[in-house]
Design a protein around this ligand. Sequence first.
Ligand code: MEV
Length: 432
Amino acid sequence: MATTRISGFYRLSPEERLELIAQARNLNGEEKQILSGAQPFSIRSADAMIENVIGVISIPLGVAVNFKINGVDRFIPMATEEPSVVAAASNAARTAYDLGGFHTSLSGSIMRGQIQIVDLPDPYGAQARIYEHKQEILDRCNAKDPTLVSLGGGAIDVEVHVIERAKEPMVVLHLLVDTRDAMGANAVNTMAEAVAPYIEEITGGRVVLRIISNLADRRLVRARAVFSAEELGGSEVVANIVRAYEFAECDPYRATTHNKGIMNGISAVVLATGNDTRAVEAGAHAYASVSGRYRSLTRWELNQDGNLVGSLELPMAVGIVGGATKSHPTARLALKVMDVQSAEELAACIAAVGLAQNLAALRALATDGIQKGHMALHARNLAVMAGATDEQIDLVVKMAIAAKDVRYDKILELTKQLQTGDVHGDGSDKQG
Ligand code: MEV
């Protein structure tokens, strides 16, 4: 396995970066064309994926480096429109690399399907009747998905919740399904719908909803890493990072933004791999408030060496089979770039990125603030919009930052000056 601890990756051109990844992952010419966007996702494929298609929208695909996860070096593909995210993840991962990188675990790959049963005069009696028929319920569900069962998955248990708080009491059957390498929504929803008439028969009630729950609390991914205090800027910086975490832990206004930063990394990998960003986001935010108060998804503390120990825990309903993970060529290749062979390995990478992303944000906030880093990338975006050539972009950015004026009109003015020869290559004004 080639190392992904690469300094100066950001200094390469997109073509050079792609070539480096292609060499490491044995990508062929067509695969390179797909990743580079030269062979775009076709409108025909888009039309087969959703409705009323008129086109496709492109989002930049970056690769974060320096990630060692459970002893394996990984390239992390990230699809995002937000500047700084990929660079921040790579930088934070670098500060953990020499201390062993990221370590993760997964609590399982079990998803919940919910079946809502109403019109029950005896909800607790219905609850007992469902438990008496547990095996028949599981058998009927598993008959709907022999492939999943042959792969070691399938419906494995039921839980029956009586909801007394509703206007009329209702019973909710939770079908616990091990979905293995699939995200599982299709498998779970199919089973829930198929078994519903039998549930009505057993309970004497009426089934209304039959749908997966995105609070995937039986599919929790956990990541931890130790980050070098020295590389982060010293003991004062790490102490401020811990203070920043405590702020989020105690204040939902801050926790929401703190967790949004985590999701900057997580959603970018989820999207790049064709997984369902909304499912993961809903699960993450619900999990952040399971205690009854919305809190930080990460924890930060110092170890005996004064280094920073970070940990993250959240539901991670992602798959590597089915849906867009297979039908979208770029998503399929993103999995290849990451070199993951199971949903568990994918979940591990996603959690590691979430943790790194959070550290990068807290470090920036606890030191220079985030605007400094953002501004350089923002200026790059504006320079591209203003029509600066590849050779001119760096200079325009440098001049705008030196002038402390990163607005589109200023960048346009600088670009025009450069193109009309009113400014020297070193950024100095000819007339000045
Ligand atoms: C910006 O997209 C994300 C941050 O606001 C996260 C944070 O505040 O922790 C920088």
